[in-house]
Design a protein around this ligand. Sequence first.
Ligand SMILES: [Zn+2]
Length: 131
Amino acid sequence: METTIEICPFTGRLAGYLDLPNGDKVCKHCGSWEPEQFLKYVDETIKNDDIDFRIELNDTRDKVYVNKEGINNAKEGAIKHYLVHLKKYCQDTGISVEDMDKKLHVAFTISKDKSYVFLQIFEQKLKNNML
Ligand SMILES: [Zn+2]
């Protein structure tokens, strides 16, 4: 996808997306993961039981932290998504913000459940000296 120049809805500044080494695109100003890639990740990982899926809403409920396997910092790949970028994406594409909220709510619930299952597997392996 071509990088387009647009206004970052988080900072209000003229922005665009940077390509990171792993293929992720992030906003030049706020570092937010590009909405389409973020949504694709959410869709693919909630369906796949083998992937440790962890997304978490921050305390002020405006940012989603994304924990992806193999990504240790913001230089390696996207680690966060600002919901104001997603809201703008909804406005630009005509997707209902309410539907997007519902979808994210489901994703957060699945993320919590999956994290719990992965933690149990990890603890079991630790107990059996398999790590
Ligand atoms: Zn931004």
